[in-house]
Write a protein that binds this ligand. Structure first.
Ligand SMILES: Nc1ncnc2c1ncn2[C@@H]1O[C@H](COP(=O)(O)OP(=O)(O)OP(=O)(O)O)[C@@H](O)[C@H]1O
Length: 270
């Protein structure tokens, strides 16, 4: 079941959001002057929720994620983490990007995952490697611990990047189209595996995609953005689908509802 939700609900207000965007407006300095990427976007993300930002190319999804990561300063409004404004990056927010070159090429897979744990200063070298090995086992990379990134497939690289993020146990996991560059079969498998892990660990996830089926599968809530500059178009709450629901009438209906909202708005706006 997928239903548009009102902007706030008593149940949601009772929970403290881990991440919150308040009237978030983001601008870039382009070559021909300022470019408004996002305007006045509000959302909350509570612990254990998976919020998906969905919208057409250029609507500002990645910009919102960058602001949440602390890489991009709001022109107005704010991003709050546990109630405090975000002023820069931190180990409480780990980003997994689309690109396959996120790993350090001169380190093994195991060391790539262990390294940030050491830098964060939380663990001894032995404990960091043990934690890294556990995270890599969870994403199915036990046999690749000693391999170097250039010997991995794209899917394996993304699995390693996800393991690295999981090992850090961030307050919020930020994912920017992490499966977009994968072939269709690998993408589906990765979506299923991520969903399993997210459910098992009650991950708090902010996920960016332009793929409607991916959004409906992975999200507990969807935040739809209008075309450039991105403004809030609609919000949907899913009842929480899992991989077995793909292809069912219920799932396809949800996909159609989101599609109609996105494309109805686009066509109407032309
Ligand atoms: N560094 C930059 N300098 C100037 N403009 C930028 C910069 N980065 C993004 N933009 C502009 O901001 C707008 C939003 O870009 P953003 O990458 O956030 O969109 P998106 O929804 O993630 O797009 P896509 O789905 O294609 O990745 C676009 O118009 C883009 O051209």
């Amino acid at each position: 079941m997928l239903a548009p939700t009102p902007h706030s609900s008593a149940a949601r207000a009772a929970l403290c959001p881990v991440l919150e965007a308040r009237r978030l407006t983001l601008d870039y300095q382009g070559e021909r002057g300022p470019v408004r990427a996002v305007e006045g976007v509000d959302f909350t993300l509570e612990e254990g929720e998976r919020l998906v930002l969905l919208g057409p190319s250029g609507c500002g999804k990645s910009s919102i994620l960058k602001a949440a990561a602390g890489f991009l300063k709001p022109s107005s409004g704010a991003v709050l983490l546990n109630g405090k404004p975000v002023h820069g990056p931190g180990p409480d927010r780990i980003v997994v990007f689309q690109e396959f070159d996120q790993l350090l090429p001169w380190k093994s897979v195991l060391d790539n995952v262990a390294f940030p744990l050491r830098v964060a200063g939380k663990l001894s070298a032995a404990a960091a490697r043990e934690k890294a090995a556990t995270a890599l086992a969870r994403v199915g990379l036990t046999r690749a611990l000693d391999q170097f990134p250039h010997t991995l497939s794209g899917g394996m690289k993304q699995r390693a990047a996800i393991a690295r993020a999981l090992a850090m146990e961030p307050a919020v996991l930020l994912m920017d189209e992490p499966f977009a560059a994968l072939d269709a079969l690998t993408r589906l498998q990765m979506q299923r595996d991520l969903l399993d892990i997210a459910q098992e660990r009650a991950l708090t996830l902010l996920f960016v995609t332009h793929a409607i089926d991916e959004a409906v599968l992975l999200g507990t809530r969807l935040h739809l953005l209008s075309a450039h500059p991105g403004r809030t178009l609609a919000r949907f709450e899913t009842a929480g689908f899992d991989a077995a629901d793909i292809g069912t009438l219920r799932f396809e209906k949800a996909v159609q509802d989101v599609h109609a909202t996105l494309f109805g708005a686009t066509e109407g706006g032309r």
